[in-house]
Ligand binder design. Structure first.
Ligand code: PGA
Length: 251
């Protein structure tokens, strides 16, 4: 346990119609009202306006799951920082493993998005994590290190205050396999040392590092009890209040 605040975020991925998203957001607004941590929900672009109107003025922040690397222009199918700002979005999730591995986003593109989002005043959750092959080859630490160094390249110390890191081992996402709290904490500690090397120890002690990958009500408290784990980025279990609320109010 540390003195850093906990930050629990729900990534709804490509789920829910507007009506379904509204229902969940309304329930969370009521049930998390007395929650003690920092909270965020990230619905699909199509539900941002609806969910934004519901969480406005509550203790739940509005997040987007991605953003375009350019401010505007001929980019069919993309959504820009200006459009997200217009919708009241507070935070952008970037570098999610589904973006990296399914949609082939590389570190250079992710870095461009990180810098653009920060320039426009958004907070950023930068996701990093190794595949099962990389873990088995003993590469988990170097993969995360390289994704952090590239992802944060050119980000000033001042802007880093608006960045949260999410360690999401790819093999644990949506698979029901969670990293053990000890294994996750070891990588979190490593990431914190990388941040320390890049930005100094004070900054490293302050940065929030979430864990993501099959976080459930049953394992949230053990993960959060670890020194370097400061919250969670939750996918599947974020889709229902019955599972997200106990995670958000762990302990
Ligand atoms: P999961 O997803 O909780 O369903 O494993 C986590 C994520 O992808 O952010």
């Amino acid at each position: 346990m540390s003195t850093r605040p906990y930050y629990i975020a729900g990534n709804w991925k490509m789920h829910k119609t507007r009506a379904e998203a509204a229902e969940l957001a309304k329930t969370l607004a009521v049930q998390l009202k007395d929650g003690k941590h920092k909270y965020l929900v990230a619905p699909s672009f199509s539900s941002l306006e609806t969910v934004g109107a519901i969480v406005k003025g509550t203790n739940i922040l509005l997040g987007a799951q991605d953003v375009a690397a350019e401010e505007q222009g001929p980019h069919t199918g993309e959504v820009s920082v200006l459009q997200l700002k217009d919708l009241g979005v507070h935070t952008v999730i970037l570098g999610h493993s589904e973006r990296r591995h399914v949609y082939k986003e590389d570190d250079a593109l992710i870095n461009k998005k990180v810098k653009l989002a920060l320039k426009h005043g958004f907070e950023v959750i930068l996701c990093v994590g190794e595949t099962i092959e990389e873990r088995e080859a003993g590469q988990a630490e170097v993969v995360c290190e390289s994704q952090i160094i590239w992802g944060l390249s050119g980000v000033s110390p001042g802007d880093l205050a608006k960045v949260t890191i999410a360690y999401e081992p790819v093999w644990a996402i949506g698979t029901g396999k969670t990293a053990t709290p000890e294994d996750a904490d070891a990588i979190h500690g490593y990431i914190r040392r990388v941040i320390g090397r890049l930005y100094g120890n004070d900054t490293a002690q302050k940065i929030i590092i979430q864990y993501g990958g099959s976080v459930k009500p049953e394992n949230a408290a053990q993960l959060m009890a670890k020194e370097n784990i400061d919250g969670a980025l939750v996918g599947g279990a974020a889709l229902k209040a019955d599972t997200f609320v106990p995670i958000a109010k762990f302990g």
